[in-house]
Design a protein around this ligand. Structure first.
Ligand SMILES: Cc1cc2nc3c(=O)[nH]c(=O)nc-3n(C[C@H](O)[C@H](O)[C@H](O)COP(=O)(O)O)c2cc1C
Length: 436
């Protein structure tokens, strides 16, 4: 099936209050306290909905996000995503509401309960980005002396998702009779008890939230390692990924499809969405100066600490900033992103400084600097080549780059026939999977 048979999917990745560029909080047009401002988020959610974007996505880690320890990182405080999305559900009607929840630092019961509640509150618009958490500093917040190893985290994740799926079946619609005349509220024979004993997790109990409009939230997975792809192929409906080239995204998509067939699922059972950060303006010159202005706002200490973080916690202090990336020892953190960064550094002979400048612009996702038409062309090229089913839009600054995407780029995509002109019907899952 060619991607033309269905519309491009675009979600608004709206974490970090002021934008995806690491220095966005210093930009004169961003609200410096945006990460804690519900009115700012409500206005952005409504803007995304005006542009018919498919969902809002809030990534998360249960720890301080980018802490350079010296005070230059602007992403150290924010709102808990499910709480924030519940509030946004009340000021929107159609857009999907997707949040990350960690399978390493949560209990399946709490996560199942939160997403079932969000799905009720939003009338079928909830999505769960299942992650094992890449930041090792989360461990201390949960009384652990170390971040569990990569494979163990995925073993736990496999069991976690399985338990959550069982819990979501506790109260099927037909179990809740609610008959005022007979006085019978539920049918005890239809209520389903969960009994799970795994290697890492066990649960014997029941959820206290009724079956939600989607039955369970849309399941998204965003790890790109072999274990991540395996988890996705078994359980996910959407994959978020960082890809910098059409060819690598096509390879990635092929790997996912092979794994899907291994689990007996059809090749189009998963929607693949790479991130993209457009630095767009009316003219190329304006777009370039927007990009350069933001790059100049990155403090070198912040750039270096972000790079260390993306490399899985490897500290590069003491290395020559204008020298090459050294050979790095193995890491327990984010393996796929690190491989991507190492490859980029070697292929393009980038120095450490050039590398962090490149990465802080989009954190290993595609960054496009160009006119609105040029950005639209890039999106269409990726989409039509089969490299992806759509994108996770990562505006460099909020709210302006989100507004201009909705006002300037969406109409071009609509004109070119790749983007919808109205929301589809039904809950989030059916919107993403219905044909044009
Ligand atoms: C678009 C996107 C969003 C992501 N969001 C999160 C997130 O919110 N929290 C997190 O810990 N990791 C997030 N990740 C990273 C992966 O989930 C992370 O790499 C995972 O912890 C282990 O990955 P691996 O399977 O690639 O080794 C995200 C990745 C992508 C591409």
């Amino acid at each position: 099936m060619s991607n033309r048979d269905r519309p491009m999917i675009i979600g608004a990745y709206l974490a970090y209050g002021t934008g995806h560029h690491a220095a966005s909080w210093r930009h004169p047009d961003t609200p410096v306290d945006g990460a804690l401002d519900i009115r700012h988020y409500a206005a952005m959610a409504q803007c995304a909905e005006r542009g018919l974007l498919d969902f809002i996505f809030l990534s998360d880690t249960p720890s301080v996000f980018n802490d350079d320890k010296e005070g230059f990182g602007g992403r150290v405080v924010g709102l808990e995503p499910i709480t924030l999305l519940s509030a946004l559900a009340m000021v929107t009607t159609d857009i999907g509401l997707v949040a990350t929840a960690s399978t390493t630092y949560n209990s399946p019961y709490n996560v199942a309960r939160q997403f079932a509640s969000l799905d009720h509150i939003s009338q079928g618009r909830a999505g769960w980005n299942v992650v094992t958490t890449s930041k090792s500093q989360a461990a201390g917040n949960f009384g652990l002396s170390a971040h569990p190893a990569h494979d163990i985290r995925y073993d736990i994740a496999d069991e976690f998702v399985e338990i959550a799926k069982q819990l979501w079946q506790t109260w099927p619609d037909e179990a809740l009779i609610r008959n005022k005349d007979s006085g019978k509220f539920y049918d005890p024979l239809k209520r389903k008890f969960t009994s799970f004993k795994g290697e890492h997790l066990s649960l014997h109990g029941e959820l206290n939230v009724a079956e939600s409009p989607q039955r369970f939230p849309l399941i998204i997975q965003s790890g790109t390692s072999d274990r991540g792809i395996d988890l996705a192929a078994r359980t996910a409906e959407v994959i978020f990924t960082a890809q910098t080239q059409i060819s690598s995204s096509i390879d990635f998509s092929r790997r996912v499809k092979q794994k899907l067939s291994h689990y007996g699922r059809p090749a189009d059972a998963i929607r693949i969405l790479p991130g993209i950060s457009p630095y767009a303006a009316r003219t190329k010159r304006e777009a370039k100066s927007k990009y350069d202005a933001l790059q100049q706002l990155i403090h070198p200490k912040l750039g270096l600490s972000m790079l260390a973080d993306l490399l899985g916690g490897f500290d590069l202090t003491g290395y020559d900033l204008d020298g090459p990336l050294p050979e790095l020892p193995d890491s327990n953190g984010n393996k796929s992103r690190r491989r991507l960064i190492e490859k980029m550094a070697r292929q393009e002979s980038l120095s450490i400084r050039q590398l962090y400048q490149r990465l802080t612009a989009s954190r290993g996702h595609v960054a496009v600097v160009g006119t609105y038409e040029e950005v639209a062309e890039v999106l269409i090229e990726w989409f039509e080549s089969g490299a992806c089913d759509g994108f996770n839009l990562m505006p460099p600054t909020y709210p302006n780059d989100l507004n201009s995407f909705v006002e300037e780029i969406i109409p071009i995509l609509q004109e070119r026939g790749v983007y919808k002109s109205a929301y589809g019907s039904g809950p989030l899952r059916s919107k993403l999977f219905q044909a044009q």
